[in-house]
Design a protein around this ligand. Sequence first.
Ligand SMILES: [Zn+2]
Length: 167
Amino acid sequence: MNWKVLACSLCLLGSLTVNVPSLAQYAPTYVEKSGLTLTCYARHRASGSFVPVIGVNGNARGYWGYATYQPNGQPVIIFDPQFLLPYPDVVARYVYYHECAHLKYETSNEIEASCKGLIDMRSAGHVTTAGENALKRVHYSLGPLEPKYGGSGKALWDLTVKCANGN
Ligand SMILES: [Zn+2]
């Protein structure tokens, strides 16, 4: 046993414990059937520091997912399993990236959340070309949407891809 190494590891462990005491207490924000787990980090409204976002299944007010804050300022993503059930897993994963983008980049703009979410999803290697095609099909099938979503599923997806591609 090398005591210097041990002492050093303990120091590191100690400092990690002090700086991020809550990490081990949190489940991942998103858990997929495939085994993929993802944790979103966003600013806590009360403490101002970046914390792991809590992910829960629940009623997302008619949306696939919903990003919000608990009364104490803790960021939360609500996934609605009922709305997500008919779709391939890539849709739920995309919802995670979209909702995480709302919290992480502190934006309520839907096109921006979709754009930044897709950029993050691509750079993490979490969407294939086939996956993007599936997302496109699902979006195109949505029909008319509120103006904040571009007015239709097709418009939303087209604006999202255009933005994520940097055009
Ligand atoms: Zn949104």
